[in-house]
Design a protein around this ligand. Structure first.
Ligand code: FE
Length: 201
């Protein structure tokens, strides 16, 4: 659990969302269950002092380079996110669905650490752990970006063509806006036909 952050294959990390200090046992249990080292956000090490200062991820030189990073109650400050860019897989657990960490993770669980961490620990607990074999770095999964739908839509009323690449500047629609992203009250700029009366070109 005290493997240096930079050398750890897996890290379970606590943020301020972990709550009172006794909740660190939830982090320890999960770290044990998945054979991970313990990390933290900066405030948890520096301000709350739940863990030694060298456990926090994101300070210069404290970059996580392993395979699995589980961020528990971490909102995802920029410095912290910089410390986990090399992680192969990032799991985030946070009560706040708008936490920035969710934009930077592979798996996000919106929930209370008090509820989620024991469930994960139980699910991952395989009893006494054997010494870990040397780490095999897993390649980071790169999700296929879905191609935006740039279908041209034609007005049933007048034949006006809405081209997403062009948009509808006169009505405040910037170029690059797909048809389905147009406001519901958007109408044909030529004949005021409603959105529902457009068809694929
Ligand atoms: Fe029209």
């Amino acid at each position: 659990m005290d493997t240096p952050i930079t050398k750890a294959e897996r890290v379970v990390s606590a943020g301020k969302g972990i709550g009172p200090k006794e909740n660190m046992s939830l982090i320890e249990d999960l770290a044990k269950a998945c054979g991970a080292a313990i990390g933290s956000s900066r405030p948890v090490a520096e301000t709350l002092q739940y863990v030694p200062i060298d456990r926090y991820v994101g300070m210069s030189g404290q970059k996580f380079n392993g395979n699995l990073y589980i961020a528990c109650g971490i909102s995802g400050a920029v410095q912290h996110l910089k410390g986990i860019t090399n992680a192969s897989t990032i799991v985030a657990i946070n009560k706040n669905p708008n936490a920035p960490i969710f934009k930077n993770c592979d798996y996000g669980i919106v929930g209370d650490v008090n509820e989620i961490l024991p469930l994960l620990s139980k699910a991952l607990d395989t009893g006494e752990k054997q010494p870990a074999p040397p780490m095999k770095k897993i390649k980071r999964a790169t999700p296929k970006k879905e191609k935006p739908d740039y279908t041209i839509m034609v007005c049933d009323g007048c034949g006006y063509e809405y081209d997403p690449m062009v948009g509808d500047e006169a009505n405040g629609i910037p170029a690059g806006t797909p048809f389905e992203k147009l406001p519901e009250d958007w109408v044909c700029p030529e004949c005021s036909e409603i959105k529902a009366n457009f068809e694929k070109a």
